[in-house]
Design a protein around this ligand. Structure first.
Ligand code: 13P
Length: 258
């Protein structure tokens, strides 16, 4: 089984002082000795500060969004090259809060992911169904439709974008609700995503296929059961990633699964 990936999405939270305290706690927790990949995604204004604070640690730095274009008249946006220059290793794209609040379509999300991968970043493409789609039993259809624009895109000749990314399944109704989806439910959707991947990239060996994470009200007390799912490559953590002990506990639970 490959190492799990645990990503903390800080969303629009933090301050210079709070980030420093959190970074100190995370970098002195001994995570680098554990078989787990851990990352934090602070707001973009704090990326430079966090790059400094994480220097020399095994914690990876990520951003929360990226523009698809390399440069130009895109007020308020940041490019993949800028993120890479600051030391980012990954970037979230298509988070449901970006899709809903900024009208990002799945085609735009795919373009962002491609730009990120071309700049050497790992795009973490987020997908997930709304409460209404959940109630209508449409979760697989919605997720597959969100994934579809990623198929066939090449980072360079002969290198599929699907080899270079991470996927994160976050049912919107579970985000910030305190109620994670059940492991049985998550397992069905993650297996469906894996089946889609196998069809979309038939030439890729299983080890080359991307990790698929779960996100939505992940806490220390439910992390292990999600991580024990065969199809679960890690977790995307919101609220609990802002509390050092909780994020460390989740990362430690992931290390225990290897
Ligand atoms: P919570 O863990 O706070 O539910 O947030 C999940 C999320 O949206 C992470 O990207």
């Amino acid at each position: 089984m490959s190492r799990k990936l645990i990503i903390g999405n800080w969303k629009m939270n933090g301050s210079l002082a709070a980030n420093e305290a959190l970074a100190r706690a995370l970098t002195t927790a001994g995570l680098e000795e554990k078989p787990v990949d851990c990352a934090v995604c602070p707001p973009s204004v704090y990326l430079a500060q966090m790059a400094g604070l994480l220097q020399g640690s095994s914690l990876l730095l990520g951003a929360q969004t990226v523009h698809a274009r390399e440069s130009g008249a895109f007020t308020g946006d940041v490019s993949a090259a800028m993120l890479a220059e600051l030391g980012c290793k990954l970037v979230l794209v298509g988070h449901s809060e970006r899709r809903a609040g900024h009208g990002e379509s799945s085609e735009q999300v795919a373009a962002q992911a491609l730009a990120a991968a071309r700049a050497g970043l790992t795009p973490v493409v987020c997908v997930g169904e709304s409460a209404d789609d959940h109630d209508a039993g449409l979760m697989q259809d919605v997720v597959i439709a969100q994934l579809a624009p990623l198929a066939g895109l090449e980072v360079e000749a002969g290198v599929l974008l699907l080899e270079k990314l991470v996927l994160a399944y976050e049912p919107i109704w579970a985000i910030g609700s305190g109620e994670a989806a059940t492991p049985q439910y998550v397992s069905v959707v993650l297996e469906c995503i894996h089946e889609w991947l196998a069809e979309a990239a038939p030439a890729l060996a299983e080890e080359a296929l991307p990790r698929v994470l779960y996100g939505g009200s992940v806490r220390p007390d439910n992390a292990s059961e999600m991580l024990s799912l065969h199809a679960c490559g890690g977790l995307l953590v919101g609220g609990a990633s802002l509390v050092a002990e909780e994020f460390i506990a989740i990362c430690s639970a992931a290390a225990a699964q290897v």
